[in-house]
Design a protein around this ligand. Structure first.
Ligand SMILES: O=P(O)(O)OC[C@H]1O[C@H](OP(=O)(O)OP(=O)(O)O)[C@H](O)[C@@H]1O
Ligand SMILES: O=c1cc[nH]c(=O)[nH]1
Ligand SMILES: [Mg+2]
Length: 210
């Protein structure tokens, strides 16, 4: 399976804090951004470097810089917005493409309602961000959209993934690597990840799930 579970102690500790049932909106939001930063760090580990010479304080000095990688970060609305600032902290020059999808709570199918992509997607690596990968429908739909626009290099960064969703993404798009803080147990009968985090969008935005 194309999945990297980031087992760094900071990641696991912060994820543990997020699982608290009565967590406040403010704490959940802060931890989402912190985890997004750490997962972005891992998801960019294979970016290549090149050596260049710059004018240093005592003359020319060789330094390393990331080689020709243009990045677009792709938050899936709404909940993906909760990770955006954290990822941009690590990749400040990234351009942002937005995909709006919500999951129909009865059919569990993704319903598209918005998209806006940056240009030159064929030259960019896309980092899709969404806290939850449940059935995988929303992630597959987003990857489909990006590929249709010419994007060739795509990674998915999620806080928590369900095995069912990972399988769906792997089967549809075996070239897409998934980075996550946890591969959880399973989905319940409503398509929620167990143990999961509950409804991440509602927790980030402070809306009540009824
Ligand atoms: O893997 P899937 O089964 O497709 O489910 C995951 C999707 O569901 C959630 O979004 P939701 O539909 O709740 O929208 P929201 O972000 O607006 O709350 C989550 O943020 C993912 O986008
Ligand atoms: O567990 C889940 C599944 C979908 N969306 C969420 O926010 N949480
Ligand atoms: Mg939601």
């Amino acid at each position: 399976m194309n999945i990297s579970v980031v087992n760094h102690p900071l990641v696991q500790h912060k994820l543990g804090l997020m699982r608290e049932g009565e967590i406040s909106t403010s704490k959940f939001r802060t931890l989402t951004q912190e985890l997004a930063r750490l997962l972005a760090y891992e998801a960019t580990r294979d970016f290549q470097l090149e050596t260049i010479t710059i004018d240093g304080w005592c003359g020319p000095v060789e330094v390393q810089q990331i080689k020709g990688k243009k990045v677009t970060v792709v938050p899936i609305l709404r909940a993906g917005l909760g990770m955006l600032e954290g990822v941009l902290d690590m990749i400040p020059s990234a351009k942002i493409s937005v995909v709006g999808l919500y999951r129909n709570e009865e059919t569990l199918e993704p319903v598209p309602y918005f998209d806006k992509f940056v240009d030159s997607l064929d030259e960019r690596i896309a980092l899709i961000i969404d806290p939850m990968l449940a059935t995988g429908g929303s992630m597959v739909a987003t990857i489909d959209l990006l590929k249709r626009k010419g994007c060739k290099q795509i990674k998915a960064v999620v806080l928590v993934a369900a095995p069912e969703g990972v399988k769906v993404v792997n089967e549809a798009h075996p070239d897409v690597q998934i980075y996550t803080a946890s591969l959880d147990s399973h989905l319940n009968e409503h398509g929620y990840i167990i143990p999961g985090l509950g409804d991440a969008g509602d927790k980030i935005f402070g809306t009540k799930h009824v």
